[in-house]
Design a protein around this ligand. Structure first.
Ligand SMILES: Nc1ncnc2c1ncn2[C@@H]1O[C@H](COP(=O)(O)OP(=O)(O)OP(=O)(O)O)[C@@H](O)[C@H]1O
Length: 614
């Protein structure tokens, strides 16, 4: 609500500037003509209206565009300052990991990490070389923190860390973004068909994808709701494996999988596919520990013991083993995974669709109701009609006054003219001018009043729509959030509300102004010479024809853009996650130019602007 009020203030300032510009230009025109006549020049109605039409063009540039540009300049300044502040923000330490080096090593010496005053890692010393290193330990021992230290996500307070080689990381919580499964795996990396197929195989995804109608083109819903936990984990893992790297860091990536799948991935992926790489796996599985090359056991942020599996302190290993999930738990998990996997093809998720045809009348009706109702809306329209009547009558009076002025000048030149007739003409001329001046002031005041009334109407509508939407979303059943992408919901609050809050108050008065001005113009023309209505109706017919071609096209393009914008809104939530957890992958992530939704959105936007200017 505060935002809407602030935005409306900007509009008020914009419109006051524009109205002042328009009023000033009208008064300037009046002074210009007066000065011209008072200097003894003769005029005619044709000439005055010709000058008026030229003056109106000047008014557009100086009275409308200039004040608006000044307002936009202020907005540009504010945006520029904010952007600059963001660009000047402190950066994380950079390290070049663009290319694989072919050799890999991680070495830490007395590394300590302190977060918010707490020592998360203490005096960590190790050396990891190609082969499988398993980090094990109790819950909260510091395993994930150690991976984050290697990724340089956690800053070191003491000690040294040296990482050689390109890294790839799979987080403990599977992270998926709303796009196809394929895009989730590629994550901006080049598509290599052979490697991709191989990765699907070693990540045990081939069978799952064969169950889906669209295979790997199936869209992943928000938080991967249409996938089982196991499938999410495997896609998360496949993404890390697909990336060509020297070092692979897997944070508890296999735990959510059933026993057989765990074993399959451990054998096929970790032990075979990545056999020459430096692989770090967080695991508490004793079988995996036994088959690793190097083990680091952690407790309370320190390394309890490290070395080859048969070298490490068995007593400590036994302590760890006791908390390892037993097969009984694995079996329960397996059953759960199977159940969810059976459901997975049945789940229906709402898909954004482009609407067709005209906007329903009920939409306009609702908007008017939110703005204050039909009576308020009629009053606003009445103000517009009143302002236009003043405008038309003042134009008429102007032409009458010019004719009378000319008549008076002619009478002054002709000495035989009757004095009473002369005086009557002068009085009529002065009265006409008086009326014209009053109407010019009135129409200027009416211009301000009508804009203010309209903006208040729009502001009320915006606030009420916003409140109604918020209350609907807040009170919605959980099912609503399960079936709708968060991006769709966000899109309603950002893109769509933005159109209502910002575009409508600007465009609607313009449309009404032009419509009523056209009607006023036609009436004025009819009062001068009704025969002029004939060419007028030809132009009107051409305009209506152009409108019938333009409106459906622009409406359709706007809908296309909106339908594809939701996709970006939902990705933006992924972006935040990527910033937190995927930064180290240095991935191009969502920038992939192959994204069809992105292309459709950009193309529809471009065509829309092109047809507006055409
Ligand atoms: N960003 C952080 N801010 C504050 N404390 C943190 C942060 N990261 C980790 N810690 C703390 O450090 C300790 C180790 O956490 P970490 O997640 O590394 O443990 P873990 O061994 O991976 O646990 P789990 O097996 O449950 O994943 C915990 O006590 C945790 O609260």
């Amino acid at each position: 609500m505060k935002e809407v009020i602030s935005m409306m203030r900007i509009f008020y300032v914009d419109y006051v500037l524009v109205t002042i510009g328009v009023i000033t230009s009208k008064i300037t025109f009046l002074i210009l003509i007066l000065s011209y006549i008072w200097m003894g020049n003769t005029t005619s109605t044709e000439m005055i209206f010709y000058v008026l039409s030229l003056f109106q063009q000047l008014t557009t540039a100086l009275g409308i565009m200039l004040p608006i540009s000044m307002g936009k300049l202020a907005m540009f300044r504010a945006a520029f300052i904010r952007l600059n502040k963001m660009l000047q923000a402190e950066e994380l330490e950079k390290f070049d990991d663009e290319k694989c080096t072919g050799n890999a090593q991680i070495e830490a010496k007395a590394a300590t990490v302190k977060i918010e005053g707490k020592e998360v890692l203490k005096d960590i010393t190790f050396e990891m070389n190609p082969g499988l290193t398993i980090i094990s330990g109790l819950v909260g021992a510091g395993k994930s923190s150690l991976l984050k230290l290697i990724l340089r996500d956690y800053p070191m307070t003491n000690g040294k860390l040296n990482v050689i080689g390109r890294m790839s990381y799979a987080s403990q919580e599977p992270w998926l973004f709303p796009s196809s499964i394929k895009q989730n795996i590629l994550f901006g990396e080049e598509y290599d068909k052979a490697r991709y197929k191989q990765v699907l195989k070693v990540s045990a995804l081939e069978y799952d994808l064969s169950l889906l109608d669209n295979g790997d083109e199936t869209i992943v819903a928000d938080r991967g709701q249409n996938l089982s936990k196991g499938q999410q984990s495997r896609i998360n893992l496949a993404r890390a494996v697909y990336r060509k790297a020297d070092i692979y860091l897997f944070d508890d990536s296999l735990t959510a999988l059933d026993r057989h799948v765990q074993e399959y991935i451990f054998n096929e992926c970790i032990q075979k596919f990545l056999k020459d790489k430096l692989v770090v796996l967080v695991s508490q599985n004793s079988k995996q520990i036994d088959r690793s090359d190097y083990v680091i056991m952690m407790d309370q942020g320190t390394i309890l013991s490290s070395g080859k599996p048969d070298e490490i302190d068995k007593r400590k290993l036994n302590g760890i083993k006791s908390i390892i999930k037993e097969n009984v738990i694995d079996d329960v998990l397996e059953e759960e995974v199977l159940q969810t996997e059976q459901q997975f093809t049945k789940k229906k998720v709402y898909q954004e669709k482009k609407k067709e045809g005209k906007v329903d009348l009920v939409v306009y009706k609702k908007y008017i109701q939110y703005g204050g109702g039909f009576i308020v809306f009629s009053l606003v329209i009445l103000l517009y009609i009143l302002a236009q009547s003043f405008e038309s009558v003042s134009d008429k009076l102007l032409s009458k006054w010019i004719d009378l002025q000319q008549k008076v000048l002619d009478m002054q030149a002709n000495s035989t003219i009757n004095a009473t007739v002369y005086e009557d003409t002068v009085t009529l001329k002065d009265n006409t001018f008086g009326m014209y001046t009053i109407l010019t002031i009135l129409k200027s005041a009416m211009g301000l009043v009508k804009y203010y009334a309209f903006l208040r109407f729009c502001r009320n509508a915006s606030i009420r729509i916003h409140n109604a939407m918020s209350s609907c979303v807040v009170n919605a059943e959980m099912k609503f959030f399960d079936n709708h992408f968060i991006g769709n919901i966000l899109n309603r609050f950002s893109y769509d509300l933005n159109n209502i809050d910002e575009s409508l108050p600007f465009i609607f008065p313009m449309v009404m102004g032009v419509m009523i001005a056209c009607m006023g113009g036609i009436i004025l023309i009819a009062t001068v010479n009704w025969l002029l209505l004939l060419p007028c109706s030809v132009f009107l017919a051409i305009l209506v024809l152009m409108r019938t071609a333009y409106i459906p096209t622009s409406r359709s393009l706007k809908r296309l853009e909106a339908a594809n914008t939701s996709y970006f809104s939902k990705k933006s939530t992924g972006w935040a996650y990527q910033l937190l957890h995927g930064r180290h992958n240095n991935s191009k992530g969502f920038q992939g130019s192959t994204d069809p939704k992105k292309r459709i959105r950009q193309a529809s936007r471009f065509v829309y602007f092109s047809i507006i200017h055409a």
